[in-house]
Ligand binder design. Structure first.
Ligand code: NAP
Length: 515
């Protein structure tokens, strides 16, 4: 069996100890194993600070942008191989795999374009600055400079490619070396991406490193210039956030966590809008078998439209074939691990205390070929809340699979907004309608509780990509339960990796500092 290695301190290394076994979740067959005991994580962090950081900073923004462009291209050249790995180890259909892999290369390319316009400088001006006191000669302005530490990224299992690339694009463009720890269960894709980048990426030594397997004592060695960008469950995020040495050294921590995203159907809508709503709900429920942080979990529908929506969703969803994602007719692959399947089934039982299952459910999928009987499949599952205002589990518990719940509401924007707020903070919520006054009201109700709001209307139908796509130009991250973090958002994405410092002095001197 293949043994996966880590790329640390400029060489590929295998650790010791008990192996973690990576499987094909459609068959439960072992694909590779990884051991990570004994890897010197402190030395890897020192290597990044001492070799990677200085080398990146010397390059300046525009040259670093060229590196991102090269990363995007060399990965894209091996796209078919990467898609195949995502199908094998991630349980992705080919279309799911493209979402992850193409999302990775397009995000790197987008930041390459942004960075090309930043010039060869070492620092970025932040705002225009301001005259201090009576004399126009004494001035103050804010400057952004790369931190002299390491950007440690800990990623979730569901986006091994995009999760790495969206963080890498911002860190590297900012001039900060990174150490990536992908989720162990699906790290085959990240390992292959690193092999490609190490061989063909032309990246300075120490600028990218990979830890395959457990984090071990990695975070114990983080210091005052280091950063931790975490994506995963709220429970793990909570544990990491509270670590003593992270608090003691004010290590910057960004958390991207669970989210009970909502889609709200307005009380009146054009037929194109309704069709877009159905299309988005079905896509978000089934794409990557619902294992997306941006997936729609709560579907808010006015009381008088519930029967129609329910019937239309059942009709569309029942056409989706569940099975081995390597088969072209399959639209919904397995969950990524046995543990994920067990958690999703347990979560469904919890939801069904306050909601009725109208499609799917936790029972095993029948009629699977022999080879797939041990796979981790869950049928697309739709529930309907018995009482939307008392359905606490629906508002509080993320079932990370092809699962969503219909929540009837009274048709007012205030009523919908109140239900959405019960999720305690979302990455994205969407609203579908054509009455501008109502849409304005719902946006105002949703703004405090969401990192992003997606509006579906007749004019947007046909061009809107769906709420599940996190775009490099717009911020990704949400308040409260969603982790309170923020990534991407064009140049805003660099802020996390840079120190903002107020500099005061003679204006002529200050002007030269950031040119
Ligand atoms: P998870 O169990 O929290 O694991 C996430 C990462 O944390 C993995 O790399 C894991 O490593 C690592 N980890 C776990 N315990 C750790 C510890 N004590 N110290 C250091 N690292 C530790 O989450 P998951 O199951 O992979 O991901 C699913 C969750 O992620 C869902 O809840 C989903 O909503 C969320 N998610 C959020 C976003 C977003 O952008 N907001 C995006 C994707 C997913 P091992 O794999 O080695 O255990």
């Amino acid at each position: 069996m293949t043994t996966l290695k880590s790329y640390l301190c400029g060489r590929w290394q295998a650790g010791g100890g008990e192996p973690a076994v990576l499987v094909n979740p459609a068959t439960a067959q072992a694909l590779a194993e990884v051991r990570s005991d004994g890897l010197d994580r402190a030395a890897a962090l020192a290597h990044a600070r001492e070799a990677g950081g200085p080398a990146l900073r010397t390059l300046g923004f525009a040259r670093r942008a060229e590196l991102l462009d090269r990363m995007s291209k060399v990965l894209h050249e091996r796209r078919d191989e990467l898609l195949e790995i995502a199908i094998q180890n991630g349980g992705n259909t080919r279309s799911d795999a493209k979402f992850d892999v193409d999302g990775a290369t397009s995000t790197l390319a987008a930041y390459a374009r942004l960075g090309a316009a930043l010039g060869d400088g070492q620092v970025l001006p932040d705002g225009e600055g301001t005259q201090l006191g009576r004399s126009p000669r004494f001035f103050g302005r804010h400057l952004l400079a790369p931190r002299h530490g390491v950007a440690v990224q800990i990623n979730a299992f569901n986006f091994p490619a995009w999760g790495f690339a969206e963080k890498a694009a911002c860190a590297l463009l900012a001039g900060v070396p990174l150490l990536c720890k992908p989720a162990t269960s699906t790290c085959l894709l990240a390992v292959r991406m690193f092999e490609i980048l190490v061989e063909h990426g032309e990246l300075p030594e120490g600028s990218i490193q990979l830890l395959s397997g457990a984090a071990g004592d990695l975070l114990d060695h983080l210091g005052p210039q280091d950063l931790l960008a975490f994506t995963g469950s709220a429970d793990t995020g909570l544990e990491l956030r509270g670590r003593r040495n992270l608090l003691q050294h004010s290590v910057r921590v960004n958390i991207e966590a669970d989210s009970l995203n909502a889609a709200v159907l307005a009380p009146s809508f054009e037929e194109e809008t309704y069709d877009l709503f159905l299309q988005d709900v079905v896509r978000e429920l089934t794409q990557k078998a619902g294992q997306k942080c941006t997936a729609i979990r709560r579907i808010l529908v006015p009381d008088d439209a519930v029967e129609r929506v329910r019937a239309d969703l059942l009709e569309r969803l029942s056409q989706y074939v569940v099975g081995d994602p390597a088969r072209p007719d399959v639209r919904v692959g397995p969950l990524a691990t046995r543990r994920q399947l067990e958690d999703a089934r347990a979560g469904l039982r919890r939801l069904s205390e306050c909601a009725t299952i109208v499609l799917g459910g936790p029972d095993p999928v029948e009629d699977l070929p022999e080879a797939n009987r041990a796979g981790y499949f869950l049928r697309p599952t739709l529930l309907i809340a018995k009482d939307s205002r008392r359905a606490d589990a629906v508002h509080q518990h993320e079932v990370f699979g092809p699962v969503a719940t219909l929540l009837p509401y009274d048709g007012t924007a205030a009523g919908a907004g109140e239900l959405v707020s019960r999720g305690h903070g979302c990455l994205v919520s969407s609203a579908y309608g054509d009455d501008r006054r109502w849409m304005r009201e719902i946006v105002e109700a949703l703004l405090p509780w969401n990192g992003r709001i997606y509006l579906g209307s007749a004019q947007a139908a046909g061009v809107a990509p769906g709420p599940g796509v996190a775009l490099p130009d717009l911020v990704h991250g949400g308040p409260g339960r969603a982790g309170g973090g923020q990534e991407l958002g064009g140049l805003r994405g660099l802020d996390f990796y840079m120190q903002r410092t107020a500099v005061q002095g003679f204006k002529g001197l200050l002007d030269r500092l950031s040119s």
